[in-house]
Design a protein around this ligand. Structure first.
Ligand code: SF4
Length: 477
C-alpha cells in the first residue's frame, strides 16, 4: 500500500507537507516523493528501501518552497510524476494497483504515447500510466472518470496544479482519502494519524469516486462520488496506524474490540499473561486482556531506534534479519508462564515462528496460545493494499499438505466449523509449534469493524470481489 498526503496553505506548505507525508512511513514502502508548487514546480524522489523518509527529505523540504504540494510514500513505483499536457503542468501521485497495466500501456503505445519512467517489475510506471490515461480526454474530470472505467484494480489520486490539489478517491473506495482543515490550510491524507499534530481536524471522509479541489479558498466538490464503498477490512486489522480513522472508525478501537471477541471464545482457557506481537498485535492483545481480566504484559519488546521496517527491504534475508533483531525477549516475564499471544494476521507464519514463538520457548514459556485477529488469509490482495502471493500464505501451504496439491476450490476450508478447516488450523499450529492456535471468525472481525459486510472488501478471506464483477459488466469507454 502507498500513502498520499497533500496540502494547500495560506503560507509556505513545505514543513506541513514534509511531516504529513512522513506520517505515512508505516505503510512500509519503496520510494518517497514530494512535489511543491510555488513560482514553479519542484519535485524530489528518493529510494527509501534502506532509509527513513525524514533523513532523506529533510534538506529537500528546506529548499522546496510554495504554498501547495503533494507527497507520497510509494509501495512500488517512483512518484509523484510530472506531466506537461494540454491541461497545463501538473504533478500526480497515486495509491493503488492496476491489474490490466500491460494491456492499457500497449493500447496507449499503439496510439503513439511514450513512457519515460520505468515501473516496478521493469514495466511502465503505474502513476505515469494513470496520468497519461487522464490527459487523453478533453478535461481533467472527464479524464479521471474515463480512467476509472478503464482500469481493473484500485486507484486514489492527488493531482497538484495551479488550481490547487485535486483529491480523488478510488471509485470503489478500497483505499481511504480524508480531508482536513487547520487555521490556515487544507490537507488531504490517506491516514488521518497525519492530522492532529499538524493542527488539522477531519472535515470529510471522501466517498468512493469523489473528487474535491483544495485551494486557498477552501474545498470545492467536483464530483460527489457514489456509495459503492468496499473499503479494505485489512486496514483496521493490520495495515493502518492505530491513531487513524477510516470511515469515521478508529483503528485502535477496532483492534481492542477484535481482541475482546477473541477472548470471548477462550472462556475456559487458563493463562498467566496476555501479550501481542509488537506493534500491530498489541492493540488486539489489549482488548483480549480487558475482556479476559488477565494482565497484559510485554514478553517481547521491539527495539525500534535505528532499525528500518522489516517488510520494506527488498531481500527476504534482510527482512528476516531485521525482524529477528528487533524483537527482544524479557525472560522474567516469559519463564514458566502460560501466554496468549495476539497477532494481527498470520501471512506466511515464518517470522512469527522464527522470531516470536521461538524466543518465547527459548526463554522458558510453559504454554503459547496464538490468537490471530482475522481468519486465515486465503487470497493475495488485488488492490495493492497488502503484498503477498498465494503460494506463500500459511493457510495455502497447509492445504497443499492436506490435499497433496494446490486446489482452486477452497470453499470447505473457508467454513471455520468444517473438518477441513480444523485440519488446516491444526497443520498451521503444528508448523508454528504452539500449544493452541485460534483464528478470529469473519463475523466477529466484521462486528469489530462495525461497518456492514457489503461495505467492506473481504477478498483476502473469501476470494469474492463483487465490485469487480460490477465493473466487468460495465461497457469500456
Ligand atoms: S484484498 Fe485484502 S488487503 Fe486487498 S483491499 Fe481487499 S481486504 Fe484489503
Amino acid at each position: 500500500m502507498s500513502g498520499i498526503f497533500g496540502v494547500v496553505s495560506k503560507q509556505d506548505c513545505s514543513e506541513t507537507l514534509f511531516y504529513g507525508t512522513d506520517y505515512h512511513s508505516h505503510l512500509g514502502t519503496q520510494y518517497g516523493g514530494l512535489a511543491v508548487l510555488g513560482d514553479r514546480f519542484t519535485r524530489q524522489i528518493h529510494n527509501l528501501s534502506q532509509h527513513q523518509f525524514k533523513s532523506k527529505f529533510f534538506d529537500d523540504s528546506m529548499r522546496m518552497k510554495g504554498n501547495k504540494g503533494i507527497g507520497v510514500i510509494s509501495a512500488l513505483d517512483e512518484q509523484p510524476i510530472y506531466l506537461n499536457s494540454k491541461f497545463g503542468e501538473f504533478c500526480i501521485a497515486s495509491n493503488g494497483n492496476i491489474d490490466n497495466i500491460k494491456e492499457l500501456a500497449q493500447k496507449l503505445m499503439a496510439e503513439g504515447v511514450s513512457f519515460a519512467e520505468v515501473g516496478h517489475g521493469g514495466w511502465v510506471n503505474v502513476t505515469e500510466l494513470i496520468g497519461k490515461l487522464i490527459i487523453r480526454e478533453k478535461d481533467l474530470l472527464t479524464g479521471i472518470e474515463k480512467m476509472f472505467k478503464l482500469i481493473d484494480g484500485s486507484c486514489s489520486l492527488l493531482i497538484l496544479n495551479k488550481d490547487g490539489v485535486y483529491a480523488i478517491r478510488d471509485r470503489f473506495g478500497y483505499s481511504p482519502l480524508v480531508i482536513g482543515q487547520s487555521k490556515d490550510a487544507w490537507a488531504v491524507t490517506t491516514d488521518t494519524c497525519a492530522f492532529p499534530n499538524l493542527g488539522f481536524k477531519i472535515k470529510k471522509f471522501l466517498s468512493p469516486g469523489e473528487v474535491v479541489l483544495l485551494n486557498e479558498q477552501g474545498m470545492v466538490q467536483k464530483n460527489p462520488g457514489n456509495d459503492r464503498n468496499q473499503i479494505c477490512a485489512f486496514l483496521w486489522i493490520y495495515t493502518g496506524f492505530p491513531a487513524s480513522d477510516y470511515e469515521g472508525i478508529n483503528v485502535e478501537i477496532v483492534r481492542e474490540e477484535s481482541g475482546k471477541h477473541l477472548a470471548r471464545h477462550d472462556k475456559g482457557l487458563d493463562v498467566d499473561v496476555i501479550a501481542g506481537v509488537p506493534d500491530s498485535g498489541t492493540s488486539h492483545a489489549l482488548g483480549y486482556a480487558m475482556e479476559s481480566g488477565k494482565p497484559y504484559r510485554r514478553p517481547l519488546v521491539k527495539y525500534t531506534p535505528g532499525y528500518g521496517r522489516s517488510y520494506t527491504p527488498p531481500s527476504q534475508h534482510t527482512r528476516d534479519l531485521i525482524a529477528k533483531m528487533k524483537l527482544i525477549p524479557i525472560r522474567e516475564i516469559i519463564e514458566g508462564k502460560r501466554i496468549v499471544v495476539c497477532e494481527d494476521s498470520i501471512v506466511r507464519g515464518t517470522q512469527l515462528k522464527s522470531f516470536a514463538i521461538s524466543k518465547l520457548w527459548e526463554n522458558g514459556a510453559k504454554e503459547i496460545h496464538i490468537r490471530a485477529a482475522c481468519p486465515p488469509l486465503m487470497f493475495p490482495c488485488k488492490f495493492n493494499i497488502s503484498t503477498r502471493t498465494k503460494a506463500e500464505l500459511a493457510a495455502r501451504k497447509a492445504i497443499v499438505k492436506i490435499e497433496g496439491k494446490d486446489i482452486d476450490d477452497v470453499s470447505e476450508y473457508l467454513d471455520p466449523n468444517s473438518q477441513k478447516s480444523k485440519k488446516m488450523v491444526d497443520h498451521i499450529a503444528a508448523d508454528l509449534g504452539v500449544t493452541t492456535l485460534r483464528y478470529q471468525t469473519i463475523g466477529d472481525m466484521i462486528k469489530a469493524i462495525g461497518l456492514p459486510e457489503n461495505k467492506l472488501c473481504l477478498y483476502c478471506w473469501k476470494g469474492i470481489c463483487s465490485k469487480k464483477n460490477d465493473r466487468e459488466k460495465e461497457p469500456r469507454p
